[in-house]
Every structure is written in structure tokens, then in C-alpha cells.
Design a protein around this ligand. Sequence first.
Ligand SMILES: Nc1ncnc2c1ncn2[C@@H]1O[C@H](COP(=O)(O)OP(=O)(O)OP(=O)(O)O)[C@@H](O)[C@H]1O
Ligand SMILES: [Mg+2]
Length: 428
Amino acid sequence: MSGPNGMLYGGDEIGALVFDPGHHSLRVGYAQEDTPKADIPAVIGVGPATHIPDAEEKVPDGNVTQSGTKAGNELRHYIDVTELHVARPGMEVQTYMKDGQVDNWDLFEKMLDYCYAKVIRSPSEHHPALFTEAVWTTRPAREKLAELLFEKYQAPAFFLVKNAVLAAFANGKSTALVVDAGASQTSAVPVIDGYALVSAAVRSPVGGDHLAAQAKAMLGSMHIQMLPIYSIQSKEVIRERERARYTLKTLPAGLTHSWQQYMLKRQYEDFCHCVAQVSESAYDERTAASVPGLHYEFPGGYHQDFGPERFKLTECFFEQSLGAPHLVCAAASSCDADARPALWGSVVACGGVANTPGYLDRLTKELASRAPSSHRLKSHAAPSPAERRFAAWIGGSILASIGSFQQMWISSQEYDEGGKGQLERKCP
Ligand SMILES: Nc1ncnc2c1ncn2[C@@H]1O[C@H](COP(=O)(O)OP(=O)(O)OP(=O)(O)O)[C@@H](O)[C@H]1O
Ligand SMILES: [Mg+2]
């Protein structure tokens, strides 16, 4: 299918791009591919340029610095782990996300600039752009995004799709009750024939960030110190539970609180990914204690086995009023009675947290005890961790490459003629 200007949006001629912004990371890559090309932390380091040449140092053709830049005034943006994880004096860590949607547009533009220049390495005006959005995204935020893509980035075409719809597609379904356990929240969204029922969607703030905070509190109460990995010069091999012996690096002065907290959060996340597990049924100390422990070594060298704590940590995901089972029940019961059997028959779990071992089994078990007896419960999650975490991106990649979708894009010409009103009409 050709666009109004004769270009084929989805086929081989032009690579459509899929962007999936989340609180934890932004996934970006070409439609038709299996996984995103990049998975970039959703935070940006903002700080003074590490080295600003003096006027005399400028090369004649002006390649080194912009003219008129005064030493000390220029702020640089550090994006993605190789830049962000460097200990830089004065670099603050900021996010452009708030409450499930883009909130700081200046920062988000820096991220998009980076995506086009360093990840896609191709001009934005060559690529139709499909963005995922949370069901709660407000109208001003949707309009701002369309404006940015068409006006600043000159995208030939643009489209917005609810991430729950795309996660259902990625799991081969057009009707599903999608449980998305992400970083900032867990949500349950009914999707019927490819449309998200926004009014029936529910969410709770219990997600991966909450788990990391719980892990921090738990380790604190166990008097286990999480030393920043970047502060360790060397460590000695020690026996289990022995006091750590390490030497510290001399760090540059002026490291910001926000950067240090961000780096520590990544370490608590790592601890959770390695250690946390969901128990089969509600936490029971004796059952949990009968499962062999898991070993974890901290950056300073301290190491020990973790037993029941691993299961205790994840109970928050199944808690009475904020847990995923409750969200699923609340979302299903807000739907028409005749839609409910299909939803209960197609519960799809996705998001990074759905990778916690045991998550799907426990969710299924909890739902089985709550599902109306007249409905047959079937739950599903993609087999691989990447497919779970990238579900919405993968769904976007599939959608943007199917033939019948090509007429759905909002073309730049339609946008020029119809303005932002196109958005509500074409991307409900
Ligand atoms: N293998 C894993 N096991 C457990 N948790 C994981 C795993 N991989 C990622 N996570 C957690 O999942 C979360 C990220 O999930 P996801 O990528 O779905 O979030 P997001 O879409 O960026 O955020 P949000 O949906 O809140 O906007 C993080 O909190 C991360 O720690
Ligand atoms: Mg998400």
C-alpha cells in the first residue's frame, strides 16, 4: 500500500520505526524485526560538558564546539549506559516520564535525537514512526507527541497504539485481558477485537520499582550493605557471611545524589532479578524455608544464601488490593457480562516483572480461585524473558509491517491538512 506521496510505508522501501517508551527504558527499532534495536534507560544524565575547549583551542572549521559557547555554561546530555554509568561530577539524573507518559518534552527530544542519530543512524524524515502509549495517556501528551514527530522530526507518517493492544497482538491475540507488570506500575487492561477498553482499565503502583525499594529495605534490616559498584577498587575472596574486605576507589568530588541513587537502584534491581522468586501459593515461612536458597554476592564481596526472603519479597505483587489478581478481577468485572468469558479465557501477562520466576503460575493459581465458575480461565505469557518484557514493542513491530495496516498511518499530508484532530479519529 502506498502512502499519499507514493512511498511504501511498511515494506522494504522504507523502514518504519517502533518506539515503546516506559519508565524503565525506551525500546526502539525497526518494524518487522523480532526485538528492538536498542533498550535505553529512560533517564538522562544532565551535567556540564566534561571538557569545553577554550576559544584558542577551537579548530578553524568549527567542528569541535559551537561558536559562542562559554566554558562552564554548556550542559550536556548523557544517554544510555555507556555514557550514563560514568561517574561524572555535577551530572544529575533526570527522567522524562511521569505517571506512565512523557512529561518533560525537552528531555524526551534529547532521547529521540539520540535514537535517530546513534541507534537508527538515519534521518527521521525517512521513517514512519509508530509509538506505543499507556491507556491513560492524556490528550495533550498525545497531541504533543504527534506535533513533535511531524513538525520537528518531519516523519512521513505517524501512529499511536495502546501498549496493551500491542502486547495482546504479540501474544497472537486480538481479545485478551492484558496484565502488564512494568517498573512503575502493574495494570490490567481488557482488549476486545484490537481495542482497549480504557474505562475498564485498572492499575496499581506496585511494580519493579516498588520491588527494588522493598529489597533495599530488606537488605537494610538484615544489615547487608549495598556498596556502589563504581566505588570498589578491589575486593578479597572471603567465606560466606564473612565480613567483606575491599578497598575503595578515589572518586571524583561532586557526584550528585540523583546519580548515586540511580546507580544503586540498578544494583537493587540486579539483586531482585537474581534472587527474587514468586512462591506457588501465599507466603508460608515453613514452605519457603524448605526450598534451597540462592547465592548472591554483593559488590563489596560479601556473599550469602538467600532463602525464604526471596519469596517474601515478591508477595507485594499478589497483595489483596494492589496485587495483579485483584486488578484482573476488577478489570474483568467492569466489562460487559458477555465480554467476560473471552477475557477470562485469555489472560496475558507481560512486562519485565512478569519474568520473575513463578509469576505466571502464581497469577494463574490466584485467578483460578477467583474466576467465576462459569468461565474457563486460561492464562498465557510468552516463553522468553525478552518476549515478555518487549511484548508491546514486538506487537508494534508486527502491526507496522502488516499490509492492511499501511492505510492506517496518519501521513504528514493528512496531518498538514487535518491537524491534531486526525489523532482522535485515526488512533482512538
Ligand atoms: N528478568 C527479570 N526478572 C524480574 N524483573 C525484571 C526482569 N527484567 C526486568 N525486570 C524488571 O521489570 C521492570 C521493567 O519492566 P518493563 O520494561 O516492562 O517496564 P517499563 O515499560 O519501562 O515501565 P512502565 O511500564 O512502568 O512504564 C524493572 O523494574 C525491572 O527491574
Ligand atoms: Mg511498560
